[in-house]
Design a binder for this molecule. Structure first.
Ligand code: ASP
Length: 443
């Protein structure tokens, strides 16, 4: 098959029992040659993530308050893990150095990055020891420029060159270093990005992202009970779903692998036999024609609706209308239009405090016959590459909504045919999402 890069999230590494599962997963496939660990996460709902405790150490040190106690909790957790795994590794010198450096960084006025990154660093040492893999410090291969911006090309060159020298390696997630050698972290949850960078660097056949769920879900589980995971989703579909509010991988995390055309496989450490979700290139052949991939939506939109006789014959009408929005720095979502009507869908957060001024300007610039605003709208996107060239998909969406007695206020389908968007009242949102889901997914 080719090289696999396996990134493991915090819950997969929260304690020795979880780490044993990780070990079994890695050792069950000789292609899993590069492993990117997060820091130990929560063992139970009330637990603390190591990364949060490290940020706390830095915050205390910065205020010249002793962080001995917090650091002790961190040290104890790592020592416990090492003991439970019966490893020979002596973490003491590492822990001592980390503690000293956290204090020194704070004294010198440095940011929290060094402290925060040590969760992954220490965990990386442990996982490398357990697996018998080389340890490659992310600070040596992931580059940020002097302004702290990630340098993708320098990183790619360095990562591919350095990792080629290691048959098997553990690279801690979440951080790299600036050119002056100081540590810099990605945004929270950034080990996903590190995993993608390593995958691109070694030209992996697949980037496995191991977490604690069976993949990306077809709908929000707070709305649809027990939604199924998506089997296959393309990068483009994912972007549509993420934009509409689905919690999926960070755009930044997708970017390096998307660029290189490497598929991402989201897997569950607690259920390794489950195939999870495969995120594939947009160009890959469509399977499951006639099906949908996922549903996502957001509330709190307004529709500004304009009617004007003979609008269709008026050159530049749309530009003038959108120009008003541009003048007010408002970005819009959709512009459904008819012969004599044009509406603009905008997020409420965009027009807060500006609406009256915007309407006044539209009246002057567009001279509409009527101008109305419909507030409290929700948008729901039904996304699926399997919808293209398949008659009846929209009909199923609309029939489901009709049956659930949801009034559709707006319909929009992009020319790509991978997305049908309906606008409904905020109050109908949950019912509508459940109805669409039920229309496509048979229990
Ligand atoms: N440990 C870091 C965090 O908690 C990064 C990660 O887990 O991806 O944000």
């Amino acid at each position: 098959m080719g090289i696999k890069v396996a990134k493991f999230g915090g819950t997969s590494l929260a304690e020795a029992a979880q780490i044993r599962k990780v070990q079994a997963i890695v050792q069950s496939d000789a292609e899993r040659r590069y492993v990117v660990p997060s820091a130990p996460g929560k063992r139970h709902a009330q637990d603390k993530k190591i990364t949060d405790l490290l940020y706390l150490c830095h915050a205390h040190a910065q205020q010249a308050i002793s962080f001995d106690q917090v650091f002790q909790i961190i040290a104890d957790r790592y020592r416990q893990i090492v003991a439970d795994l019966a490893l020979k590794l002596d973490l003491s010198p590492h822990l001592m150095l980390v503690k000293e450096r956290i204090a020194a960084t704070a004294r010198e006025g440095g940011g929290p990055d060094y402290a925060a990154s040590r969760g992954e660093y220490l965990n990386g040492l442990i996982i490398a020891e357990l697996l018998g893999y080389d340890f490659v410090d992310a600070a040596d291969i992931i580059v940020f420029d002097a302004h702290g911006r990630f340098d993708s090309e320098a990183t790619q060159a360095l990562t591919s060159r350095r990792l080629a020298q290691h048959q098997r390696a553990v690279v801690p997630g979440f951080y790299g270093a600036k050119v002056d050698g100081s540590i810099k972290t990605f945004s929270r949850g950034g080990s996903d990005i590190s995993g993608a960078i390593v995958a691109r660097g070694v030209a992996a056949a697949v980037y496995e992202n191991w977490t604690d769920v069976n993949g990306l879900l077809m709908a929000d589980p707070r709305i649809v009970p027990d939604p199924l995971p998506m089997e296959v989703v393309t990068y483009r579909e994912l972007r549509e779903l993420a934009y509409m509010g689905a919690t999926v991988l960070h755009d930044e995390a997708i970017f390096p692998v998307r660029k290189a055309g490497i598929p991402v496989n989201i897997r569950n450490t607690n259920e390794p036999a489950h195939p999870g979700t495969m995120i594939v290139r947009d160009a890959d052949p469509v399977t499951h024609l006639g099906s949908i991939t996922g549903i996502a939506g957001r509330k709190e939109f307004s529709v500004i609706a304009i009617e004007k006789a003979m609008m269709n014959a008026e050159v530049g009408f749309g530009r003038r209308l959108l120009g008003v929005l541009e003048d007010h720095g408002i970005s819009y979502e959709h512009t459904p239009s008819g012969i004599d009507t044009m509406s603009v869908v905008v997020a409420d957060s965009q027009i807060d405090g500006k609406l009256e001024k915007v309407l006044a300007d539209i009246r002057v610039v567009c001279e509409p016959d009527t101008l109305e605003v419909y507030p409290h709208m929700a948008l729901i996107a039904t996304v699926g590459r399997g919808m293209a060239h398949t008659p009846g998909i929209a009909a199923r969406v609309f029939a489901a909504l009709a049956e659930a007695r949801v009034n559709i206020r707006m319909i929009d389908q992009g020319s790509s045919e991978i997305n049908i968007i309906v606008g409904v009242q905020n109050g109908d949102f949950d019912v509508a999402v459940r109805a669409i889901y039920a229309a496509f997914v048979k229990k």
